[in-house]
Structures are given as structure tokens and as C-alpha cells.
Design a binder for this molecule. Structure first.
Ligand SMILES: [Zn+2]
Length: 241
């Protein structure tokens, strides 16, 4: 169920994998995606399983749109699901969830304040600067020291793109330029995210997904490997009471 769990001060964070859920077929088994064709009741069970395993009061998710908007759980109404690609919590017991299948999941934690969030960053998010926007949101709340954990995603040797698109990304984030293992243009979104974090002075950066690739490794869901029906794994951040 969990690829990685870690506690940083009062913040706990976790990255999930495919195992330990109730879904079948291409969603087997811990699919956390709610708009990818899986049975909604089964997905609800999977979300409830993660919520219970982490001891959360509730788990807030977002509708991800490859943008750079940041939301906070304390601004949301009962059961509201924000349209955003970064979601923060400063409420004990309220977890935040990012869901991915090839995009890069990022967890950001305030070292000096009990605040934490999750970020969804793919090709578009890298260009639009969703990670810098999330870092700015944390700093806007008085956080000076930030820990970042970058999770599994499509690697730079697999993420093939047409030359023009790869060039457009590299123009904004040069560190993301890559070449596939078969010699065609590619991008490395994870490397781009790490570069953005370092440029912003985030010094505690751990790339947990550096040696993993969602396309190559069946422990993860992958849109490129599985297509439209692929499940979603994710990352959660929460504040302990
Ligand atoms: Zn790969």
C-alpha cells in the first residue's frame, strides 16, 4: 500500500503504490482515481482504506487540471473538492491527496510551521510553475524552511515527446531536457521539479522516485503504459494533532 512513509516534525507523509486496494482489472488494486472508469463505490473503499491506515479524520482530494492554482483545506466547504494542482493543510487530522499516473507527485512540508501540502506536476505544470507557486504559498504563510519529497513518475528515458514540445519545456526549465533510451526527444519532469525546488532555495529535497519509473515498473499505475483506463496512485500529507 505504501511505498514510503515519513514523519517530519508534526507532519506525516506517505506515497502509495498499486497494492492493498479493492479494484480489479487495469485499476487493480489501490486505484485512487475517481474519473478513470473504475467503479465509484470501489474507489471510495480504496480512499477509505488509505484514510483509515493513516489514521486521518478525513482525506481531501482535488480536481487536477494541469494548472498552477493552490488551495487550502481551511478555505473549503464541507465535502468541497477544489479545482487545483496544489493542496495544503494546516488542520490536524485533515490529509491532502494528490493522484498521478506518470505525472510527478510532490509533498512539501514546513520545517518551522506545521503546514504541509501535495502538488501535481506534469509537463504543463512544470511550464506553468505549479511547484514554484506552491513554494510561494508556503512562504506566504511564514514558512522559511521547507522539506520537499518528489515521488515516482515517468522517467526521462521513457517520456517521449515531439521535438517541438520537448523544446518548449526545455526553454522554461532547461534541466528537464532529456533523450529517450531509443534516442528521441524526451523530457524529465522529475529532474525539472528538483531543479525548480533548488532554484527556489529549498535545500531539503529528497527525490524518492529517482530510480523508479511508472511506465517501466508495474508497482505503479501508468497512463502511458495502460492507457485511458489506468488507475491512479498518490501521495498524502497530514498534520498530527
Ligand atoms: Zn522509464
Amino acid at each position: 500500500m505504501f511505498l514510503h512513509r515519513e514523519t517530519i516534525g508534526r507532519v506525516e507523509l506517505a506515497f502509495t503504490d498499486r497494492s492493498g486496494g479493492a479494484s480489479d482489472g487495469p485499476w487493480a488494486s489501490l486505484n485512487l482515481g475517481t474519473s478513470n472508469g473504475d467503479d465509484p463505490a470501489t474507489v471510495s473503499r480504496n480512499l477509505a482504506t488509505v484514510t483509515a491506515e493513516l489514521g486521518l479524520d478525513r482525506l481531501v482530494r482535488m480536481t487536477q487540471v494541469h494548472g498552477a492554482d493552490v488551495a487550502w483545506t481551511h478555505d473549503l466547504g464541507d465535502g468541497e473538492i477544489p479545482v487545483a494542482d496544489a493542496l495544503f493543510t494546516d488542520e490536524p487530522g485533515v490529509g491532502v491527496l494528490v493522484r498521478v499516473a506518470d505525472c510527478t507527485p510532490v509533498v512539501l512540508v514546513g520545517h518551522d510551521h506545521p503546514v504541509a501540502g501535495v502538488v501535481h506536476c506534469g509537463r504543463e505544470g512544470l511550464v506553468k510553475g505549479v511547484v514554484p507557486a506552491a513554494v510561494a504559498a508556503l512562504r506566504g504563510r511564514g514558512v522559511e524552511s521547507i522539506a520537499a519529497r518528489v515521488g515516482p513518475r515517468a522517467c526521462g528515458r521513457c517520456y517521449e515527446l515531439p521535438q517541438e514540445m520537448a523544446d518548449a519545456v526545455a526553454e522554461v526549465v532547461p534541466e528537464a531536457r532529456s533523450t529517450t533510451s531509443w534516442g528521441t526527444p524526451a523530457i524529465d519532469v522529475g529532474a525539472g521539479v528538483v531543479a525548480q525546488l533548488r532554484e527556489l532555495g529549498v535545500d531539503d529535497v529528497t527525490d524518492l522516485g529517482e530510480h523508479d519509473c511508472t511506465i517501466e515498473d508495474e508497482r505503479f499505475f501508468s497512463y502511458r503504459r495502460q492507457g485511458q483506463d489506468s488507475g491512479r496512485f498518490g501521495a498524502v500529507a497530514m498534520i498530527r494533532a
